[in-house]
Design a protein around this ligand. Sequence first.
Ligand code: F6P
Length: 356
Amino acid sequence: MKIGILTSGGDCPALNAVIRGFAKYAYNNIKGVEIYGIADGYGGLISGEYKKMKPEDFSGILNIGGTILGTSRQPFKKMTVEENNSTKVEKMKHNYRKMGLDALLTLGGAGTHKSAALLVAEGLNVIGLPKTIDNDIFGTDVTFGFHSAVDVATECIDRVHTTAASHGRTMLVEIMGNKVGWLTLYAGIGGGADIILLPEIPYDTDAVCKKVLARAEAGKAFSIIAIAEGAMEKEEAGLKKKERAQKRQEVGDTTLTNRLAREINRRTGVETRVMIPGHIQRGGSPSAYDRVLSTQVGAYAGYLCKEGMFGTTVAIRGEKLTHNNIADIAGKTKWVPLDHPMIASARSIGVSFGDE
Ligand code: F6P
């Protein structure tokens, strides 16, 4: 059996741990298996850049961040656009056949799964694996990479906590997640943030200021705000994504973090600072939790290959590994539900979500 493997979209810790888990399963359980590493995500499948891997290529990578295969972003919208008489999907299908593959493993996030669904529709034997620090893939409780990023973002909040307390400042920590707020919710609670702002709960600047002032009046001169990249003000909530981006561009902002910091300072007189950890949330070694999860996810993908269960993507429900049909989950988003128990318990201990 010839299996191609690629990692697509934004990288994250634990991609290598998944690749290793899969390869070890395959070499141990699938007779005569050959694994082909495809370079730079769908980019390598489009251009035909790949190499036959050896078992030793998968050794010593469990704790290494990034991806040994390389990755790239290939926008879904461009997959079916014709260029030089063929589309990217057609090129991928051509190279899949040319390589003589029996199966293709695609490790990636929401965009990767949408493109994988196009390949499935073309008759390719695809198995998806749910990667992203955003944790927004529909149909799975958790994605690999998420908990490693939670650990990093939590540590960032911890570290600003002490300096905020020393100076009596309000510190805003902007956490990745341009669409969903899972990472901000977990890191915000893990890091003891006083205010947590998620894309799913548009905030009111007055309500945020009220919380900062209430803390000051109660003798706590500092406040910590965990704000998602994709957080939005109530006034912006009705706008389409494009309109929102354009409006922000007009005032020179891409996210609202700096604007909110300025407003808090102007309205309350409290000194503010912004901290943006950025891509360090995607870098470095995976956490122990992610290594364990990824080993299981990789091995389970190997099992799906062996059993010929294609057109599927690995999912985790509770403690159980299972799978969904890619076609059923592609294009759907797992938002933070407004009635999530983590939100309710955070509110019950006085955390503000900026909405009341
Ligand atoms: O989807 C993962 C993610 O890290 C988002 O949270 C973030 O907004 C985006 O990728 C950043 O993308 P890039 O790697 O292109 O800067």
